[in-house]
Design a protein around this ligand. Structure first.
Ligand SMILES: Nc1ncnc2c1ncn2[C@@H]1O[C@H](COP(=O)(O)OP(=O)(O)OP(=O)(O)O)[C@@H](O)[C@H]1O
Length: 310
């Protein structure tokens, strides 16, 4: 997933450099930098209020940065607004669509705004909207509105698509269908910028992820790279046939956490910790019942990489 397939691709398609934006004297985006290559699915992950939407809205030309540089396909979203609109597809906010428009009218209208749009029919089909073409926007359920917004973001055949909260409000099947659609869109060479709170989504789709917290990029890596840089990249749990005391456990290398519950021990650490546990058990001739070794999840990495809030 990490090769982007565009051999010799020179310029990144999206560039954000030292972006800053403050509201009422508070720096909500405080020096954010990252760049996205052609054909990449790039995730922006962060807690509520971290500055994610502000960042992508600067890329869309909807907000004016206080300072820093943003470029989409080499264009300045403010100075070259019309040109950016033709290469960038973005999910609308609910208020931006006329409540009386039917699904079909909305798709036709948005397709007509672009020089070489996609055929909206197969797109509507993929998003499960075919049975709703004559329904007015105001008559759609939350998930159907969301699917229409995804269709409208893609119908112009953009080079870059920004999806903010792509699958929020979708049921599990619609979510999976949408992920497949995004993978297909990327296979067609489109660059995807994905703002998400869903770790499973980020892990499944993204080539790289920028974790944004307090207006800054606190980590930027592949999903597995983010997990690997945690102190607790591996979790081992077992129920020992003979109790183990705290001293024995705390002597284990690279140990990051110890939990005990009903005789079961759960240790967070690295592969080194796992090896040491296995030799300790062998040496003491202890049987480990229901031994489980699992990789930490992106969820856990995220919590480790973002500060706790009050
Ligand atoms: N127009 C505005 N005026 C004043 N404050 C704003 C404005 N827009 C955003 N903010 C503040 O900036 C901070 C960052 O907001 P932003 O919407 O970028 O966060 P986010 O990371 O997208 O959060 P969420 O995950 O909750 O959508 C928030 O504290 C928000 O209240």
């Amino acid at each position: 997933m990490t090769t982007h397939g565009m051999a010799g691709a020179s310029e990144p398609v999206v560039e954000v450099s030292e972006l800053r934006k403050s509201y009422g004297g508070r720096n909500v985006v405080d020096g954010v930098s990252f760049s996205v290559d052609e054909g990449e699915i790039f995730g922006i992950l962060g807690p509520n209020g971290a500055g994610k939407t502000t960042t992508v809205e600067c890329l869309e030309g909807l907000r004016v940065p206080d300072s820093g540089r943003v470029r989409v396909a080499g264009l300045d979203p403010r100075a070259d607004h019309d040109a950016v609109t033709r290469v960038l597809g973005a999910q609308l906010q609910e208020s931006e669509l006329q409540p009386k428009l039917t699904v079909r009218e909305a798709l036709e209208l948005y397709a007509s705004l672009y020089p070489s749009p996609l055929d909206w029919r197969p797109l509507a089909e993929r998003l499960g909207l075919t049975g709703k073409l004559t329904t007015r926007f105001s008559g759609l359920s939350g998930g159907q509105k969301q699917r229409l917004f995804i269709a409208l973001a893609l119908v112009g055949a953009p080079r870059v698509v920004v999806l903010d909260e792509l699958t929020t409000g979708l049921d599990p099947r619609a979510r999976r269908d949408t992920w497949e659609l995004i993978e297909d869109v990327r296979a067609g060479g489109v660059t995807v910028l994905l703002v998400t709170h869903f770790m499973e989504e980020a892990q499944r789709l993204c080539d790289r992820i920028a974790v944004i917290d307090g207006g800054r990029v606190t980590a930027l890596d592949t999903p597995s790279g983010l997990v690997a840089r945690m102190a607790r990249s591996t979790v081992i749990s077992f129920t020992p046939s003979t109790p183990l005391d705290d001293e024995e456990l705390s002597a284990l290398p690279a140990l990051a956490s110890v939990e005990r519950r009903d005789g079961r021990i759960t240790l967070g650490g690295t592969d080194e910790t796992v090896n040491a546990v296995v030799s300790l058990l062998a040496r003491r001739r202890i049987t480990a019942h229901q031994l489980r070794v699992t990789d930490a999840t992106l969820d856990e990495a995220f919590l480790d990489l973002t500060a706790a809030r009050d």
